[in-house]
Design a protein around this ligand. Sequence first.
Ligand code: PAF
Length: 287
Amino acid sequence: MRIISSAAAMQKFALQWKSAGVKIGFVPTMGYLHTGHLSLVRTARKRVGPKGKVVVSIYVNPTQFAPTEDLSKYPRDLKRDLKLCREAGVDIVFTPGDAEMYPGKAEGNYSTYVVEENLGRVMEGASRPTHFRGVTTVVAKLFNIVLPDVSVFGQKDFQQAAIIQRMTRDLNFPVKIIIAPTLRERDGLAMSSRNKYLMGDLRRQATVLWCALQIAKWLVEKSKSVSAADLKADLKKLIEIEPDAKLDYVEFFNPETLLPMAQVKRGTHMALAVFVGKTRLIDNAKL
Ligand code: PAF
């Protein structure tokens, strides 16, 4: 396994592979890898086959964090990440620094961003207005550096995956986007690097996201169609029974357009974001 931090060197490998007809599978990450990431790596490997190459990027992308968010505290453990990648059969781990990804930014002369203008306005985009601009910019740059044939994203970040798919289509990136299912802990909590912050009873309280999804599913199965406004109010009450849980949003929407639905039925998608203590967790499911 090679570890590369220069964008030019990474691109050179990718170009050599491409000209030799070797398929490239890519998993972009912010590191602090867990079983969920490793399942994305396995999906990438399956897609490109034993002769293909799998690249994982590890980069905590500053442009997707607002000044008030947890950039400096974001968990990092490169040594452990590299060990996990080696064991998972990754060919290259791309670990760029900020100067490599945003040349000139420290001097105030980095000036190109990629903005998706529709799907990114709601939910995460409404709560974190600059977040998706950072995500689309870094993913577009990584696609240009790694030149993947396929790239795998987790369904846990449902809106992110939808926006990446839209960007890929709109900007003609020759990349197939694969959305892999969310992996969960035994009690239903979606795997996430941020779960590390959940100390003591907060870890138990965090299962409230999974409970909210299950209750919504059950209600929709029982009543065929439920008012979104009523369901939102009930779920807020349920979630905030936990002493440290505060609902940021819960939305019911069409999974293609992400447009909100006034009536919730089977097949409607639900997404929610909840602060558990200071940690903001997200989850989603088809009802
Ligand atoms: O999902 C993530 O970890 C990040 O948003 C991504 C796609 C690696 C971009 O920084």
